[in-house]
Ligand binder design. Structure first.
Ligand code: PMT
Length: 402
């Protein structure tokens, strides 16, 4: 099955003669089960019809900032929708606009709004392609993080022969496919991530909780999806939202609810990552009315919550089980103990003794503890980067086990 299955690909067509080949590119991508949308510059409508492109993609083709009745054509939404944007053919004019950030049409507005990887397939005549301005602009695009699919050599529209032809549609599709293959080491894997705190109710207005914001787990879930995994996120109470609709989010409140939610999904998973800060104890009795303050002192009797990670460890079979350890002292020793006692494959240790690490912050500082490799410590990084390190490590070790 192609890695392009269900990938959202936004094709932007600009006004070069090679635009006549873009229906073939749409067909190639759709054949690989990609979800394709097309936008086009008004001038490119001279070269290829929107009817052809919309028939092949199965979606309307857009080129104006407004639809009928003055309704806004949301370029921001399109830019954010895409997993990948490909501008093909890329004319010298759009190239120059991209290099300068000059925005005078829907394609440019969408490009400037896109957060996904952007590929371009330049197409122009021999001398135009070789011109230092063109080459400088292409270089600028690469420096800005875009991916250039170099023009191919052959006969050009002018009759000249040389480099300048847009790469053939099947080769463009292959470039895109290889890009996803390289960047999606978790393709086909199912990953469940727990995140956030649990709240253990005392009465209808009070609970026992902790300071976990959910950021660490949410970053792991987002990155895992970007790396190709099918992700389930089991989230304790948190104000965080996730706009990636491919991630299945299950909201829970207490440790018991979290255990049930994870247990129900457990069998289908390849990897489980417990980033949640699960309360170890819960009130023995939950009062159905608000407790009144009658005495100077009061005590709440607590009972132990199930240790979810430990429970999963008892039935993990060949699944890759990752726990976190949040420590305040003798961190490495405790993490090693948790690895064994919970039958995990990996513990991500973070210590509240490290500045910038742990609850609530945008950053974390972690050490990976496993059975067969020396502990691996990382410097302070953003939680998104930490998530990437964790998932790269898992991808490597899944490969070894496969
Ligand atoms: O959410 P943030 O604000 O971004 O903060 C991130 C974090 C600090 C919460 C996170 O990086 C982290 O360390 N999470 C685990 C916190 C924790 O509960 O650690 P622990 O050492 O008490 O537990 C060890 C492991 O057992 C954890 O994987 C935990 O999810 C799991 N556990 C713990 C208790 C329990 N009853 N059931 C469990 O499954």
């Amino acid at each position: 099955m192609s890695v392009l299955k269900n990938k959202k690909i936004l094709l932007a067509v600009t006004a070069g003669i090679a635009a006549y080949k873009t229906p073939l590119l749409v067909r190639e991508l759709v054949k690989k089960n990609a979800d394709v949308r097309v936008i086009i510059t008004p001038e490119a409508l001279e070269f290829v019809t929107p009817l052809t492109l919309s028939t092949l993609s199965g979606k309307p083709v857009e080129w104006e900032f407004t639809k009928e009745k003055g309704q806004w054509n949301n370029h921001v939404e399109m830019g954010l929708w895409a997993d990948l944007m490909i501008i093909a053919p890329l004319t010298a004019r759009t190239l120059s606009a991209m290099a300068d950030g000059y925005c005078d049409n829907l394609v440019m507005a969408t490009y400037l709004s896109a957060k996904c990887p952007v590929f371009v397939a330049p197409a122009m005549d021999l001398d135009m392609y070789q011109h230092p301005s063109t080459q400088n602009n292409l270089q600028k695009l690469i420096e800005n993080g875009n991916h250039v699919i170099p023009a191919a050599s052959g006969e050009l529209a002018s009759g000249l022969i040389g480099q300048g032809r847009m790469e053939e549609p099947e080769n463009i599709a292959q470039f895109i496919e290889e890009f996803f293959q390289k960047n999606q080491p978790l393709q086909g894997k199912k990953i469940l991530v727990s995140a956030g705190p649990t709240y253990e109710p005392i009465d209808p207005v009070r609970f026992i909780g902790n300071h976990s914001s959910g950021k660490m787990g949410f970053e792991i879930a987002k990155k895992a999806e970007e790396m190709g995994a099918e992700v389930t996120l089991v989230a304790g109470p948190t104000s965080l939202s996730i706009d990636n609709q491919k991630i299945t989010r299950i909201d829970v409140v207490s440790a018991l609810e979290m255990k049930d939610a994870i247990d129900e999904k457990f069998d289908q998973q390849d990897v489980i990552i417990m980033a949640a800060a699960v309360a170890d104890y819960r009130p023995k009795e939950v009062f159905d009315k608000k407790i009144k303050k009658k005495t100077d002192e009061m005590s709440i009797e607590l009972v132990k919550n199930p240790d979810i990670l430990k429970y999963l460890g008892t039935k993990k079979s060949d699944k890759f089980l990752v726990g976190f350890a949040l420590e305040t002292n003798n961190a490495l020793e405790h993490a090693k103990g948790k690895l064994l006692s919970k039958n995990a494959d990996m513990i991500v240790l973070n210590s509240l003794e490290d500045e910038g690490a742990g609850f609530g912050k945008e950053t974390n500082k972690v050490t990976f503890v496993t059975r067969d490799q020396p502990a691996q410590s990382f410097p302070l990084k953003s939680k998104a980067e930490v998530a990437e390190d964790i998932l790269n490590f898992i991808a490597q070790n899944l490969k070894k086990n496969a």
